[in-house]
Design a protein around this ligand. Structure first.
Ligand SMILES: Cc1ncc(COP(=O)(O)O)c(C=O)c1O
Length: 348
């Protein structure tokens, strides 16, 4: 199995670490170099509202049913979860998954006036109760790639009138998504979307927009930002009210990464990534190395089998998380990458 985009990526290592940070495509780097040049030459500062609009539109293509008006932009996932926490009534119960990524749960945990209840990922749907106001969970777990059973969870949240926030930072780009399946969608662009560390997106279902509250609106969140810079009148009436001033270079990189995924199609990317992960899982089984089960391009193995030092010595980039060694397979990877990782792990 070849790279889906031969010529677009130039890793000098066996890069199996998209779950930590995606590789930038060449077309993104070329555009960034040009933008930096123009900036340095004093001709054009990086960024522009048109690129932000294109990025919002790109995200709606990954989330069929959403419109650009439903999309807010900020630097981080944690920042974008804040307005959802701020909109909940005092004392509301938020259900989260044990071991989920901190940016998904901290805005609720440290809000000061919310009750956070934790349950194992596998039991999340059963744990939704009439007292639950919101469930906040990563669709694909960052630590080990496990997927939440979305159909069951959505049935449970609907039955109990609870809202659902999904973090799709580890899922968007390879897993088909549908806007109607959750009330809020938050996503970092720097992993599977091949974007930038400084750009994250939030999609808000209009029916659940009332329950969000802007936490730190700057000039960029105003209804008419250019005329209200010194004369505030009102915040945008769309999800843009949760925008914070974007980093132009990041937006450019994120827009190009997203367009590239769109061009390949999420279905083709998912098939490629999952096939490589499956090849890896089959090879691990033959080596008697256990892996956390799941149908995900993120594969983790217990640290004692992973021997991070051995993997690193073979010039393979993977990450240790929670005493597990985590491998992630994406568009630039090939079967040869998988086999090199298996060889390193199998060496006595
Ligand atoms: C599931 C998930 N959400 C969010 C993030 C990033 O969060 P933030 O943008 O707040 O740093 C990561 C990884 O860095 C992640 O794995």
């Amino acid at each position: 199995m070849k790279s889906l985009l031969p010529g677009e990526f130039a890793p000098e290592t066996v890069y199996l670490d998209t779950a930590a940070f995606g590789l930038p495509p060449k077309r993104g780097l070329t555009a960034l170099h040009a933008a930096l040049h123009d900036w340095g030459a004093g001709r054009r500062t990086p960024g522009g509202d048109d690129e932000v609009d294109r990025l919002r539109a790109g995200f709606t293509r990954l989330l069929p049913g959403a419109t650009p008006d439903d999309i807010a932009i900020a630097n981080t996932v944690g920042t974008l979860v804040g307005p959802i926490a701020a909109g909940l009534p005092a004392g509301a119960e938020v259900l989260v998954a044990e071991g989920d990524f901190a940016s998904v749960t901290n805005p609720f945990r440290y809000h000061g006036n919310l009750r956070v209840r934790t349950a194992p990922l596998e039991r999340l749907a059963q744990e939704v109760r009439p007292s639950t106001a919101l469930v906040a969970v990563s669709l694909a777990q960052s630590a080990d790639g496990r997927l939440v059973d979305l159909a069951n969870l959505r049935t449970a949240t609907t039955a109990h009138n609870a809202h659902l926030l999904l973090d799709v930072s580890q899922a968007a780009g390879w897993l088909p998504l549908h806007f109607a399946d959750a009330d809020y969608w938050v996503c970092a662009t720097f992993k599977w979307l091949l974007g930038a560390r400084s750009v994250s997106l939030l999609a808000i279902n209009p029916a659940a927009a009332e329950l969000t509250h802007p936490t730190s609106p700057g000039w960029y969140a105003a209804a008419d930002r250019w005329s209200e810079m010194y004369a505030p009148r009102q915040l945008a009436t769309t999800a843009r009210r949760h925008d914070s001033t974007p980093d132009g270079l990041g937006v450019l990189a994120a827009r190009i990464g997203l367009d590239l995924i769109d061009e390949l199609t999420v279905e083709a990317v998912g098939a490629h990534d999952l096939a490589l992960a499956q090849r890896f899982r089959t090879g691990l089984a033959a080596l008697d190395i256990p892996a956390v089960p799941g149908d995900s391009p993120i594969v983790t193995i217990p640290g004692e089998y992973g021997r991070a030092d051995r993997v690193e010595a073979a010039d393979i980039v993977a990450t240790t998380r929670n005493n597990f060694l985590r491998f992630a397979f994406h568009v630039h990877n090939t079967s040869d990458d998988v086999d090199r990782a298996l060889t390193a792990l199998g060496e006595k």
